[in-house]
Write a protein that binds this ligand. Structure first.
Ligand code: F3S
Length: 64
C-alpha cells in the first residue's frame, strides 16, 4: 500500500501524525513532508487511519 501525499493540501493539522507518528513525518512547522509513503503490510491499518483522519484530504490511499 502507498499513501499519495498531496502536500499542497496540507494545512498542518497533524492528525495523521497523532495516529501514526512513525509513518507520517512532519516538518518543523507541522506540515507533512513531500513524497509518497510506501507502507509495509503490518502498518496498513495504522496508515489508513492516519490518512483518513486528515480533514483536508491531503493523504490519498493507493491500495493497488
Ligand atoms: Fe497535513 Fe492532514 Fe496531516 S493537514 S499534517 S496531512 S492531518
Amino acid at each position: 500500500m502507498r499513501i499519495i501525499v498531496h502536500k499542497n493540501k496540507c494545512q498542518g493539522h497533524a492528525r495523521c501524525w497523532a495516529q501514526a507518528p512513525d509513518i507520517f513525518n512532519l516538518d518543523d512547522e507541522g506540515y507533512i513532508l513531500p513524497g509518497d509513503i510506501e507502507v509495509a503490510e503490518r502498518d496498513e491499518l495504522l496508515a489508513s487511519r492516519g490518512a483518513r483522519s486528515c480533514p483536508e484530504r491531503a493523504l490519498e490511499i493507493d491500495a493497488t
